[in-house]
Design a protein around this ligand. Sequence first.
Ligand code: ATP
Length: 311
Amino acid sequence: MTTGTSTTATAPLIEVSGLRKAYDGRAVVDGVSFSVDEGEIFGILGPNGAGKTTTVECVEGLRTPDEGRIRVAGLDPVRDHATVTGILGAQLQESEIQPKLTVKEALELYSAIYPDPLDWRPLAERLRLTDKLGTRFAKLSGGQKQRLFIALALVGNPRIVVLDELTTGLDPRARRDTWELIEDVRERGVTVLLVTHFMEEAQRLCDRIAVIDKGRVAALDTPAGLIRQAAGATVISFTPSGPLPEGDLAKLPGLASTDHRDGRITLTGSDETVNAVITLLARHHITAHQLRVSDATLDDAFLDLTGVGQS
Ligand SMILES: Nc1ncnc2c1ncn2[C@@H]1O[C@H](COP(=O)(O)OP(=O)(O)OP(=O)(O)O)[C@@H](O)[C@H]1O
């Protein structure tokens, strides 16, 4: 990781090093380090309460770290808060919008804050807000509010955008539209820091992901790299016609994990594991009912890294 303070062309745009933050003496972020390159979509994944929001709020300069160093385009987000706010767009919290503002007024207000804003009209259209322009914030549905928050994070044409729970509360169609919008945002070279609970979202959008668990980085890699390092690349599941010697299963080459549930066996491993398990079954004259072989998903990797299932 680059540790210099200047913003050379090759320096990461966001640098977080040894970040610590405690509440009431309890460390909720406990030595988190990562860096994000310009133009990247960098994901932060983790179970509830892992410290994800606290971490990104420190990056935004909304919270002051107890320890560690954060640089955003070479600036300290707390000390240089006004400058950082000018280059960083963030998804707002509900409490930060006046309930009486209409959608149009909010878009105009936020455009006016930034030196080089986007035209909010096409943005509103992309986020299907056009027929809600005259509606007051308080009268919007949860999904409409969420779409407005995304529009407000992007309308300033920021160099960096921080999206915390980007598509939570959106219906499947709106979620897919939002993913396409974020892909377009990336095409323009905008750097995205994305906190998400959705594995499909992380796998589709993120170039790299930090998995945060109990305030620490449990793993940091590309989605494909996380799958490879955590769970084994292949999932094999079958219902055996008879009992298999437990010791033989454990000795399978490349085996990453074993799960027995309701008479069904699920293994994660490699191609070598698949071949070996088929040989093992044949040797014991056991038939594998409903044999399925599939690629491991980010969900499998997440479970393996944190021991916690995601939505
Ligand atoms: N202002 C605060 N005062 C005290 N404790 C806090 C405060 N903010 C967050 N916490 C606690 O810190 C821990 C980490 O919270 P944080 O919101 O960063 O987690 P998260 O990973 O974003 O969780 P989630 O996925 O549920 O949003 C939680 O246990 C939370 O209760």
